[in-house]
Ligand binder design. Structure first.
Ligand code: GDP
Length: 141
């Protein structure tokens, strides 16, 4: 079973100085951070990463936002990582997110919702490899 997932602390959260608070949530939820990078996505990178949403009406808004400032990309490890991280971040729309979730506490809106989390093991693998080479990931020895 794949124990990894991929996360992004999105530009709204970095701009709002929530990076440290979200890191704290990651560690308190017992994820191991295998890799972390502060990057500024290009528009082309954002379009590539979200290619699956290409036909959606919010694609331009989403990729403009994701390339609008710095974000933190992370490879996380934990047993059942994909589901555990989705539980930690909460629903896509912060108005519908459960109390205590990252999106409930730090998201700005449906579009600017503070964090990303992979939705399947297969996508976690693809998304990690979109931003990290295997040699950049530090195993929990
Ligand atoms: P996620 O897996 O919870 O991130 O949700 P989705 O895969 O459905 O959507 C991907 C991302 O697109 C979300 O996290 C939002 O940032 C953005 N998004 C989703 N719906 C909308 C929308 O209606 N408007 C805008 N501007 N962005 C949206």
């Amino acid at each position: 079973m794949n124990k990894r997932t991929f996360a992004i602390i999105k530009p709204d959260a970095v701009r709002n100085n929530y990076t440290g608070l979200i890191y704290d949530r990651i560690l308190k939820a017992n994820f191991t951070i295998l890799g972390a990078k502060l990057i500024r996505m290009t528009k082309a990178q954002a379009e590539g990463f979200y290619a699956v949403h290409r036909e959606r009406p919010f694609f331009t808004e989403l990729t403009d936002f994701m390339s609008s400032g710095k974000c933190m990309v992370l490879a996380l490890e934990k047993e059942n990582a994909v589901a555990e991280w989705r539980k930690t971040i909460g629903a896509t729309n912060p108005a519908e997110a459960d109390a205590g979730t990252i999106r409930k506490d730090f998201a700005t809106s449906l579009g600017e919702n503070a964090v990303h989390g992979s939705d399947s093991d297969e996508n976690a693998k693809l998304e990690i490899s979109f931003f990290f080479s295997e040699s950049e990931l530090i195993a929990n020895l």
